[in-house]
Design a protein around this ligand. Structure first.
Ligand code: ZN
Length: 194
């Protein structure tokens, strides 16, 4: 029997939501929709970041190291695009500081970029309260649900979606969300890459 529902389930409400890391050569901008970060231990396993499933974790069994990652939902106002921003523990520090100061991340405007313009270079973050006059922020997507959906997609399917001539979603959204400019530095964090 089907499990009938009257409304789309959470994973189908934002079918095109993308997971973005800080890119090498562009500035990632957004207004935070989440109240706080969510994070967990992860492995870089089989060519992608996946959550550690200890105590029943194939990556742990194969001695892969763990790294803590955190995520938040963000909105690019210019392109009306919702995305998930993935960060390391080091990059999370200015977000934690902001949350400690303001009590929530919701409504914070941030920019993240890599001054070295290399894929794994140190990430700088600037974060400050957004001017929300006349702006209604979209509701935050449910991150655990979205991330579970993303992680349950077989790697083969993810690679297909990244290929030009595939559905092109990732390329399109990346282009829309990123833009180049030189903001004033407010926070500098060091991202410890392997
Ligand atoms: Zn594990």
């Amino acid at each position: 029997m089907p499990n009938w529902t009257n409304r789309p389930t959470e994973q189908h409400r934002h079918p095109h939501i993308q997971l973005l890391r800080t890119p090498p050569a562009k500035i990632l901008v957004g207004i935070v929709l989440s109240h706080d970060l969510i994070g967990c231990e992860t492995h870089f396993y089989r060519n992608r970041t996946t959550p550690c499933a200890a105590p029943n974790c194939p990556a742990c069994d194969s001695q892969y190291p763990t790294r803590w990652h955190a995520w938040l939902a963000a909105w690019n106002q210019k392109h009306n695009a919702i995305y998930i921003f993935e960060m390391t523990a080091a990059v999370s520090e200015p977000f934690v500081d902001y949350h400690n100061h303001y009590g929530t991340l919701h409504g914070a405007m941030f920019k993240a970029w890599r001054p070295s313009r290399t894929p794994n270079g140190r990430v700088n973050v600037e974060i400050s309260p957004a001017d929300l006059a006349g702006i209604t922020l979209p509701p935050a997507p449910d991150l655990p649900s979205q991330l579970s959906h993303i992680w349950s997609i077989p790697n083969h399917d993810i690679q297909q979606s990244r290929l030009p001539g595939g559905n092109g979603e990732l390329r399109t959204v990346l282009k829309d969300v990123l833009r180049t400019q030189n903001p004033t530095l407010r926070h500098q964090t060091r991202q410890n890459m392997p």
